[in-house]
Design a protein around this ligand. Structure first.
Ligand code: PLP
Length: 389
């Protein structure tokens, strides 16, 4: 792309977002509903911390929206994923299959349990785990012993697989579920980015044993910081609540804790924000879909780029739109981002592959040809929930 074409791209981004002369953030929260009212009520009544009506209501509304039987609200998406993995039986020394192309939290959550990330490739269609490639890889790598999947190279158990619905686009779950059944793996979805995304009509995050959602300030809805564990299993839900509330045994005044739990409960004041945001979620999703369509139309005129489109098997929340550079593009993402940032359009690159980061460099990894290619050809486009126009 020439500098002139990148300038045209900048003009198009400004036109699509409606932000013609101000800086354009990658993603900003939007508070247009009952946020002040609900948060004020928490302050006025003193119910700001781990107990209160909003945190229970938020869980109930989240469960209704996603169709998951249970939702357990916690302090952030990373904590949600850590506990979801623990609920699925991941233990110290186990390997956990996950994409190399994901946000750092996916691997961090596993390592907080002293488990070992094992990086796998993603596919072009979804930007999520390539289940067919994974199956071929596991056939060569693993043996099944006593109903457990053992990595023949490391001797360790591979306990779970964590699909991540990248930028909100649903992973192709059917072939992945088959892989889980065939290789005795637990399925734990990292649905941090995919609230409002569906695979064949079913909400992401409702397929495996348990899953994690994030309500960070950059997500479709926010609680400031926050996350939730989703599960359809009542016993796991009970355990999730217990573990995330310091494993305190109910008693009117005694401090009795029956195991080493976590202080992960979402505060009521954050949940108040979340309740107000959930009320606006359908409108946010409609806005994001229309933003994606506008991007696709407007950027069709720019040579050698396209806008990533949701896979046919599902419905994406289009959390973040992505610009895809053609294979033959001679301009790098870095060059484009640099020029856009100079024009105060705060686009970002894809995450660095996790197996290239110093602390995760020496971990088991399958050949990652598609991840490497995608990482060097995708740019995150500004995708806030609502433009001021
Ligand atoms: C893929 C992915 N996993 C996990 C997380 C962790 O969520 P949080 O930031 O709420 O801890 C995020 C987002 O921040 C994410 O994008």
């Amino acid at each position: 792309m020439t500098n002139v074409e990148i300038s045209r791209l900048a003009t198009k981004i400004r036109a699509v977002t409606g932000l013609t002369d101000s800086p354009i953030a990658l993603h900003e929260p939007y508070f247009g509903g009952h946020e002040w009212q609900y948060v004020k009520e928490c302050i006025d009544t003193g119910w700001v911390s781990s107990v209160g009506k909003y945190v229970d209501l938020f869980e109930q509304k989240l469960s209704e929206f996603t169709g998951a039987r249970h939702a357990i609200a916690v302090v952030n998406g990373t904590a949600a994923l850590q506990v979801a993995l623990e609920l699925a039986g991941v233990q110290a020394g186990d390997e956990v299959l996950m994409p190399a192309l994901t946000f750092i939290a996916t691997a961090n959550a596993a390592t907080y349990l002293n488990a070992i990330p094992h990086f796998v490739d993603v596919e072009y269609r979804t930007l999520g785990i390539d289940a067919r490639k994974l199956a071929d890889y596991l056939v060569d790598l693993c043996i099944i012993e006593n109903g457990q999947c053992i990595n023949r190279q490391t001797g360790r158990r591979i306990k779970a697989v964590v699909p991540m619905h990248t930028l909100g686009h649903p992973v192709d779950m059917d072939p992945l579920i088959q892989v889980c059944e065939r290789f005795h793996l637990e399925l734990v979805e990292d649905a941090a980015e995919s609230l409002g995304s569906y695979y064949k009509g079913r909400h992401t995050g409702t397929f495996g044993k348990a899953s994690a959602i994030s309500f960070n300030g950059n997500k479709v809805i926010t609680t400031g910081g926050g996350g939730a564990i989703l599960t359809n299993d009542s016993e796991l839900a009970r355990r999730a609540k217990h573990l995330t509330t310091t494993a305190k045994v109910p008693h009117r005044w005694q401090y009795i804790h029956d195991e080493r739990g976590y202080n992960f409960r979402m505060p009521n004041i954050n949940a108040a924000l979340g309740c107000a945001q959930l009320e606006q979620l359908p409108a946010f999703l409609a806005y994001k879909r229309s933003l994606a369509e506008h991007y696709m139309r407007a950027l069709a005129e720019i040579p050698n780029v396209s806008v990533f489109r949701e896979p046919e098997h599902g419905q994406s929340n289009y959390w973040l739109n992505a610009l895809v550079l053609d294979e033959r593009s001679t301009t790098s993402c870095e060059e484009i981002i640099e020029q856009l940032q100079a024009e105060q359009i705060y686009c970002r690159p894809m995450w660095k592959l996790l197996n290239e980061l110093p602390m995760y460099r020496d971990l088991p990894t399958m050949p990652l040809s598609q991840s490497i290619d995608i990482e060097r050809r995708l740019i995150h486009l500004p995708s806030g929930v609502k433009s001021p126009s």
